[in-house]
Design a protein around this ligand. Structure first.
Ligand code: HEC
Length: 271
């Protein structure tokens, strides 16, 4: 009986479109935590855990990611080898850049902000940045900061079959069991959300993409969304995927769509 109820509440409608999926996804968390306003999910686990939230608010008094934003702003103003600047390629309205990603581009697949930055650098004769490099993370921290308050608004255009395919692949990835521990992302972040895994409390996936990159006090440094994906895949002892691999870009696309309407509030601070 309990099991039937649990499965009954799993937001996994096989034939539904992205918008039905999103409503079911949001509805799942709403029915588990009716007292939590939807907008709060942009804060991840802090939406659900009062103690962790109090510690986090204290940390935010002196944000540990501030140095990263400053460095990102310097990088933004640095000229590229051909004399152009990133703003010439990515856009002049700085608060509108982060919200345009991830997006589907025919023949390219899901283009994330990181991919777009590297494409611009490459076109201007600069070296591509490594996806785990400090430069890449600092620049995305700066662009996230400038976009604070803008809403995620990912599109899966009906006239682009590739977009729906990428979305479906991301969704499949999210619900597929993997690794020696045989866990899907959804097992922890949907079905068992709010429960403890050793000292860690499982946070909701609704809102996962809003606050990256994040400063992690455990690591003493900043990490990207894909580095976090990488860590969660490694933790279930599964085959790792590269940062910005098609798999991770598709799951970012899916999760960002699920979080449509939530405010971008990066960079963040986490344990
Ligand atoms: C065995 C349980 C488990 C599985 C499976 C798992 N995670 Fe996690 N994940 C965690 C824990 C614990 C944390 C840290 C607490 C939190 O914020 O949820 C975390 C954190 C995260 C975060 C950072 C949240 C934040 O606000 O900073 C992201 C993003 C994430 N996971 C994505 C994924 C994705 C994508 C998958 C599937 C590839 C996945 N996780 C699979 C346990 C898991």
């Amino acid at each position: 009986m309990a099991l039937t109820l649990l499965l009954g509440s799993l937001p996994l409608p096989s034939q539904a479109g992205p918008e039905e999926d999103r409503l079911a996804f949001v509805g799942h968390y709403q029915s588990l935590f009716p007292e939590v306003p939807i907008a709060e999910y942009a804060n991840g686990i802090y939406a659900l855990d009062e103690d962790a939230r109090a510690q986090w608010l204290a940390i935010e008094d002196f944000p540990p990611y501030e140095f990263s934003i400053e460095r990102g702003s310097e990088l933004w103003d640095t000229s590229l080898p051909d004399g152009s600047q990133l703003t010439d390629c990515l856009g002049t309205e700085i608060n509108k850049i982060r919200p345009q990603y991830p997006r589907y581009v025919p023949n390219q697949g899901v283009v994330t902000l990181e991919l777009a930055i590297n494409a611009c650098r490459s076109a201007a004769g600069a070296k591509r940045w490594d996806y785990s490099s400090g430069d890449m993370i600092d620049l995305t921290a700066y662009l996230a900061f400038e976009a604070r308050g803008q809403e995620l608004n990912v599109r899966v255009p009906a006239d682009q079959p590739g977009a729906l395919a990428a979305y479906e692949a991301g969704k499949r990835f999210y619900y597929s069991k993997r690794g020696q521990l045989n866990f899907a992302c959804a097992d922890c972040h949907v079905t068992s959300v709010g429960q403890y895994v050793r000292a860690d409390r499982l946070g909701p996936s609704l809102g996962h993409p809003t606050h990256f990159p994040v400063y992690r006090s455990k690591l003493g440094g900043m990490i990207s969304l894909h580095q976090r994906f990488f860590g969660c895949v490694r933790d279930v002892r599964a085959k790792p995927f590269e940062l910005q691999s098609e798999e991770f870009r598709n799951v970012e696309f899916f999760l960002s769509y699920m979080s449509n309407g939530l405010e971008i509030n990066g960079p963040g601070a986490r344990k």
